[in-house]
Design a protein around this ligand. Structure first.
Ligand code: BT5
Length: 243
């Protein structure tokens, strides 16, 4: 079903009432050569987080996946996750809700810094050339906190007064402006980041890194000052520690 979004961005939107996972559907489209297609669902029955985690996807959320074919090396793909997090945070702030970014892929909202949104980027290609990239975005919208996992929040629970339709529209327009534009994405990310300046513990594939998060650099690498030097972390789970 095609939905009239009246988008000011070059995307074709494919809308579903319910899907197992918009990323899964987007991967099928990507494999068959599609680009600049956005798969949107009102609920997911098998929403995925990073790795093999679950993304709880009750009805009335924003679940979407953007299929892109950027002219990009594989190592730079995390720039798309950064662009998505900036787009989510900006769109949320436009809706009157305080939102900040937690490295690498969370958007937190409200004074309690609860998780409002997450991003799962999947990418396929050769080392020096991305074939396709699927940027999956989940934003809790109409759900109450009781319908969501512990520590989560939604646009509605934070008092936002935006419809899901307008939110998706603005989100996609902002994402389109930012993608592939590292000179804009990185400064915008720094401005919205909650992680920078904090003491963090990052679980990386190579072990744990503890220290102060001092900066982010291309393509999304977190710089952590451990006291014995600066460690560059390109992937992992980050926890903000109390000072
Ligand atoms: C993420 O993973 O945050 C990425 C989420 C991406 C979801 C979108 S929805 C559209 C597209 N289609 C998909 O199938 N996925 C993408 P991660 O950083 O691994 O965080 C996952 C963890 O967040 C879980 O283990 C829970 O602890 C928590 N969580 C699960 N559902 C949540 C929700 N609705 N709101 C807040 N936190 C949640």
């Amino acid at each position: 079903e095609a939905l009239e979004f009246g988008l000011d961005a070059p995307f074709t939107v494919e809308h579903h009432d319910s899907l197992d996972s918009t990323n899964r559907r987007a991967r099928v489209l990507a494999e068959s050569g599609a680009t600049d297609v956005v798969v949107v669902a009102d609920e997911q029955t098998g929403g995925r987080g990073r790795l093999d985690r679950t993304w709880e996807s009750p009805p009335g959320g924003v679940y979407l996946s953007v299929v892109c074919r950027p002219d990009l090396s594989m190592t730079r793909a995390p720039l798309y996750t950064l662009a998505a997090s900036v787009a989510i945070a900006r769109t949320t702030r436009e809706a009157g809700v305080d939102a900040r970014i937690k490295w690498p892929n969370d958007v937190l909202a409200g004074e309690e810094r609860r998780k409002l949104a997450g991003i799962r980027t999947e990418v396929q290609g050769e080392t020096d050339r991305v074939a396709w990239l699927v940027c999956g975005i989940g934003v809790n919208a109409d759900a109450t906190r009781e319908d969501l996992p512990e520590g989560a929040t939604s646009l509605r629970a934070e008092g936002a007064t935006v419809s899901r339709r307008v939110f998706v529209q603005r989100l996609l327009e902002t994402f389109d402006e930012l993608r592939g534009n590292p000179d804009v994405v990185l400064p915008a990310w720094r401005d919205l980041a909650l992680t920078l300046g904090q003491r963090v513990r990052v679980e990386t594939p190579g072990g744990e890194v503890v220290g102060e998060a001092v900066d982010v650099e291309e393509p999304g690498t977190l710089l952590v000052d451990t006291g014995e030097g600066v460690v560059r972390v390109s992937a992992g789970d980050c926890e903000h520690l109390r000072p």
